[in-house]
Write a protein that binds this ligand. Structure first.
Ligand code: ADP
Length: 400
């Protein structure tokens, strides 16, 4: 059976999932982390809850990828590299260039490289993974699936910033959004629970992980989303600031004598959000724990996190002119009944009511009361499966 490898190549990690397709059976998943650092290591889960763990030096991505393929064979997950007929790569920024997944050729690689200007932390690392797999598995169909592609349907009033229009024309300065593959996946799943075509629903999907974003989905398409030119903006995230008045940045840079804008961007990406407000941790579990121990800044961090979700729920409901469902997904959205409950408490005035039992049980699907005018859903995201499906689709096309 054909196997498809799904790859997320980051700055110091390569995450993967291996699927048997079209059965959509996950055969193995894992991570190679701390690439280029002294403590680099690999973890693979496979078979009947089997796990392989080892510390091993990977000086670079190429070494890590070689080790991964070697281990897949050594652990008898595959018998031969030829079984891997497709490789799907998660690529963060596709700009206006890519509104759907594509088979990767030299031209596509050059375009992804050019788009590094808008995703300097992500695209170059994605590209390293792409080139390496192309070298080792030249016969597998390589597909790029872009985090931004789903949002290419935003109407222009939702992606143009209120700044000189020439910035858009000259530099592509606009909202691109992110997490598109996840928003699309959970929206499709939600439509199954509604037993209606997605095109007939108005949904707001809340991807609440370490990175967090929301998406308004209307007519089956992304209509508005909270991330912007980069994934820094929108909701309060683990360590990313979300929406901030840009004049504040200028002011603080002068006060703190920061002259390098990159230094400021790093603070907004790595020292802000839940971590910045609470001073406790970027991890919502730690912040909730600290809140229970009466830590006032942790309490404030959670209140701001929830307030921003509620703010976008209101904005998107009015922008779409109605709402059928709210979907919670990703690390916090899937696992924290408390956060879901505290968000939904704020929506009582509109008659929206959670089924407390279903919420506490982390039930997959609809977790609101039958008479709630807007359904609330908890759906586990699966970006990797969505990517594997994209590979299948394009492979089938390329064979015809
Ligand atoms: P990423 O954006 O890295 O893909 P995930 O979607 O895996 O993130 O989410 C990771 C985050 O989920 C963690 O930082 C943690 O804050 C949060 N999380 C996981 N489990 C829980 C839980 N039970 N309660 C609250 N937050 C949780």
């Amino acid at each position: 059976m054909a196997k498809t490898l799904v790859i997320n190549s980051g700055s110091s990690t390569v995450k993967f999932k291996l699927y048997e397709m079209p059965a959509e059976k996950c055969l193995a998943r894992g991570i190679l982390e701390c690439i280029g650092l002294p403590n680099s290591r690999v973890k693979i889960k496979y078979g009947q809850q089997q796990e392989f763990k080892a510390e091993k030096p990977f000086p670079d991505h190429a070494a890590a990828i070689h080790e991964l393929l070697h281990l897949l064979k050594k652990l008898a997950i595959i018998t031969d590299y030829h079984e891997i007929t497709g490789v799907g790569h998660r690529v963060v920024a596709g700009g206006e260039e890519f509104n759907k997944s594509v088979i990767i050729n030299e031209d596509v690689m050059q375009k992804i490289d050019k788009l590094s200007a808008i995703a300097p932390l992500h695209n170059p690392n994605n590209l390293i993974g792409i080139r390496e797999f192309k070298r080792i598995l030249p016969n597998a169909v390589a597909v790029a699936v872009f985090d931004t592609a789903f949002h290419q349907t935003l109407p222009e009033e939702n992606y143009i910033y209120s700044v000189p229009f020439e910035w858009y024309e000259k530099y592509g300065a606009r909202r691109y959004g992110a997490h598109g593959t996840s928003h699309h996946y959970v929206a499709q799943k939600a439509a199954e629970y509604f037993d209606k075509p997605l095109a007939q629903l108005k949904l707001i999907t809340c991807h609440l992980g370490a990175g967090a974003s929301m998406c308004a989905i209307k007519d089956g398409k992304s209509f508005d989303t909270s991330m912007g030119f980069t994934p820094l903006t929108g909701l309060t995230m683990a360590s990313r600031a979300g929406d901030v008045d840009v004049s504040l940045i200028d002011y603080v840079m002068k006060q703190e004598k920061i002259t390098d804008p990159d230094e400021m961007t790093a603070i907004l990406n790595k020292k802000s959000g839940l971590l910045g407000i609470s001073g406790v941790s970027p991890d919502m579990r730690d912040v909730l724990q600290a809140e229970k121990q009466d830590n006032q800044r942790a309490h404030l961090a959670v209140k701001i996190f929830i307030r921003n979700i509620v703010r976008y729920l209101g904005q998107y409901t009015f922008e779409m002119g109605g709402l059928d469902g709210i979907v919670f997904t990703a690390g916090i959205g899937e696992n924290s009944d408390e956060i879901r409950q505290r968000v939904c408490e704020r929506l009582h005035f509109a008659g929206i009511k959670l089924d407390e039992q279903a919420n506490l049980q982390n039930k997959e699907g609809i977790i609101s009361m039958p008479d709630s005018p807007v359904k609330v859903l908890r759906i586990a995201t699966n970006e990797e499966l969505m990517i594997a499906r994209e590979v299948e689709k394009l492979k089938a096309k390329s064979e015809h």
